[in-house]
Design a protein around this ligand. Structure first.
Ligand code: RB5
Length: 151
């Protein structure tokens, strides 16, 4: 399992802390930026992570901005990406199991590092469910195709 991870300037500190924790837990990751507090545009970072995930180079993606919202909106424009903002462990687990969320968006101005890590762990520990949940995710993909998505 390899993660693609990126933040904008608002999320750079949280990203740093998360990467340290991920190292300690033996996860593999690729950090796509940003690396300091110089303001950057979150859609650029969201696209970088989305492309790593849909290409298969990375299995899952993590995006961090001030709220998580901008990152999720931008990443969801890439066909095949299902990004969600999760700030509690219940949503994180359900988002992976029910919605096959493949990009987790976090808001560094919303949650502290402790909760952010718990949310990330809950999401990583879960897996997409089959049956009715798979059928519903397939319907999301069908909507995507209908409106021009290629995946
Ligand atoms: C940056 O100020 C902020 O707008 C950004 O980090 C993010 O919260 C957007 O969704």
């Amino acid at each position: 399992m390899k993660l693609a991870i990126a933040s904008d300037h608002a999320g750079v500190e949280l990203k740093r802390l998360i990467l340290t924790e991920l190292d300690g837990e033996g996860h593999r990751w690729q950090d796509l930026g940003t690396w300091d507090s110089t303001p950057v545009d979150y859609p650029d970072l969201a696209l970088a992570v989305a492309e790593k995930v849909i290409s298969g180079e990375c299995d899952l993606g993590v995006l961090i901005c001030g709220t998580g919202a901008g990152m999720a909106i931008a990443a969801n424009k890439v066909p095949g990406v299902r990004a969600a903002v999760c700030h509690d462990t219940f949503t994180a687990r359900a988002a992976r199991e029910h919605n096959a969320v493949n990009v987790l968006a976090l808001g560094a101005r919303v949650v502290g590092p402790g909760l952010a890590m718990e949310v990330l762990r809950a999401w990583l520990a879960a897996a997409p469910a089959e049956g009715r949940h798979r059928r519903r995710v397939d319907k999301i993909t069908a909507i995507e195709r209908r409106y021009g998505g290629e995946r």
